[in-house]
Design a protein around this ligand. Structure first.
Ligand code: NAD
Length: 407
């Protein structure tokens, strides 16, 4: 992102020096084989979820009304409760495929029946002036189509990560946002999270000296499941799997801590045989990046190893260690220089959720720049495609300086 990290170069993805990049890169998740039908919609409330019993507080004048599309685990447990902490955003509509859930959640959040939409009646939202923005919290494979529908209805869009399944989908979303003259923001919450923001600042201030190595790992062990039961293991809805879903936090951290784009990418991706979880997606992806400064990044992600959420940046003068680095809370940040270790507590991670809502609201009201725009989501999907291209070809992907991984 240009203003945040000084990234201005434009690059063309070439594989092994050939210009066949597009075909190879686009084959990324497709190389996993045929996809089955996506899992069904309309799931009930997530297990153990308690809905609020008190109506939301009155919103302030000028606050932006949001419709939430997709009342799943993340929307109901993390995003919707955090609107209460927002100064500038409130929930005015809901969209779900499950009428009982729509009614229960609508009542809990004070959303009137006429502002509760099914997926089929979504187009009617265009006529609801109380909805200015739509927050897409659906499985990834549905992001592009629903962003296009939201823009067609004249709404601004907050889209969950990853932005979409491919760079082509991201480009369509950006074009739709431009045609509609509406904002598009990717919900990369760590850009609003105090520990990650402090880490970015420390790196900009060269707190570790000359950067040599960034290491990130985002892994957990997924329980038994199959593509029809769980969209996260369905290629049509989740792409290649853990890299798009969880490893993307490490990919992001490598970019915002280094302030650089890689110029060379090598990678491996692993899919065990005879495991229904990995019939359509990878279990494990590891990638190594070379940056023009000479620094390297090692980014690892897995759905099939012991849990770890870690980011480290090592330089000539010390190391910055975050463990966990990108969770909702409980983060740690230490600066190690020689024998000294300084544990930093830069703020409450809780603010990241309302922070991103307020950020989009400010962009809508005051026209301020979005620090996590669609172009950043597109950049990341291009990198993900380059990672898969490297893994499949067994060759280093070279990113030239004259084309299009910007953001
Ligand atoms: P989830 O499965 O809990 O919820 C998905 C919702 O989409 C459900 O309400 C489901 O009914 C609905 N849906 C509509 N069509 C569907 C279909 N064809 N198949 C499956 N579900 C369908 O998933 P989630 O964990 O809430 O993830 C939703 C989005 O939020 C994803 O983009 C995910 O990457 C993102 N997410 C972000 C974070 C974060 O920290 N930023 C954390 C978790 C999830």
């Amino acid at each position: 992102m240009t203003q945040d990290h000084g990234i201005t170069r434009r690059r063309l993805i070439e594989v092994g020096g050939t210009a066949a990049a597009a075909g190879l890169v686009m084959s990324g998740a497709a190389a996993l084989g045929p996809s089955r039908n996506p899992v069904a919609t309309g799931q009930p409330l997530p297990d153990g979820l308690t809905l609020p019993t008190a109506p939301p507080r009155a919103h302030l004048p000028g606050s932006v009304g949001f419709a939430i599309i997709g009342l799943g685990d993340y929307a109901l447990r993390q995003i919707m409760p955090r609107f209460a902490q927002s100064e500038r955003a409130h929930i005015t509509a809901l969209v779900s495929g499950n009428p009982a859930k729509l009614r229960a959640v609508g009542e809990a959040y004070g959303v009137p029946p006429e502002a509760r939409y099914s997926y089929d009646s979504f187009a009617e939202i265009a006529a609801n002036p109380a909805v200015e923005a739509v927050y897409i919290v659906l499985p990834t494979g549905l992001h592009a189509a629903w962003a296009e529908r939201a823009f067609a209805a004249g709404k601004h869009v907050m889209c969950e990560k990853p932005m979409a399944l491919s760079s082509a989908e991201c480009e369509r979303m950006i074009a739709a946002s431009q045609r509609a003259n509406r904002k598009l923001m990717i919900a990369y919450r760590c850009h609003f999270e105090p520990y990650n923001r402090a880490a970015m600042e420390l790196m900009r201030d060269r707190a570790v000296g000359d950067l040599r190595l960034i290491r990130t790992e985002h892994s957990y062990r997924m329980g038994p499941t199959t593509p029809p039961q769980n969209w996260r293991v369905s290629r049509a809805l989740a792409g290649g799997g853990p890299l798009e879903d969880y490893g993307i936090y490490g990919l992001q951290a490598a970019l915002y801590l280094s302030g650089e784009l890689p110029d060379r990418i090598s990678a491996s991706a692993y899919r065990p045989a005879n495991d229904p979880r990995f019939a359509e997606i990878y279990a494990h992806v590891a990638t190594q990046w070379h940056f023009p400064s000479g620094a390297a990044a090692q980014i690892v992600t897995s759905y099939a190893s012991a849990g770890l959420n870690m980011v480290e940046a090592r330089g000539t003068g010390g190391a910055l260690v975050m463990r966990p680095a990108t969770n909702y809370g409980g983060l740690t940040l230490a600066l190690e220089t020689g024998r000294d270790r300084r544990d930093l507590t830069p703020g409450d991670s809780e603010v990241q959720f309302a922070g991103q809502l307020d950020h989009l609201a400010s962009a809508i009201r005051e026209g301020t720049a979005i620090i996590t725009p669609g172009e950043m989501g597109l950049r990341d999907l291009r990198l993900i495609e380059a990672i898969y291209a490297a893994a499949q070809s067994g060759r280093t992907v070279i990113l030239n300086a004259d084309a299009t991984i910007a953001g």
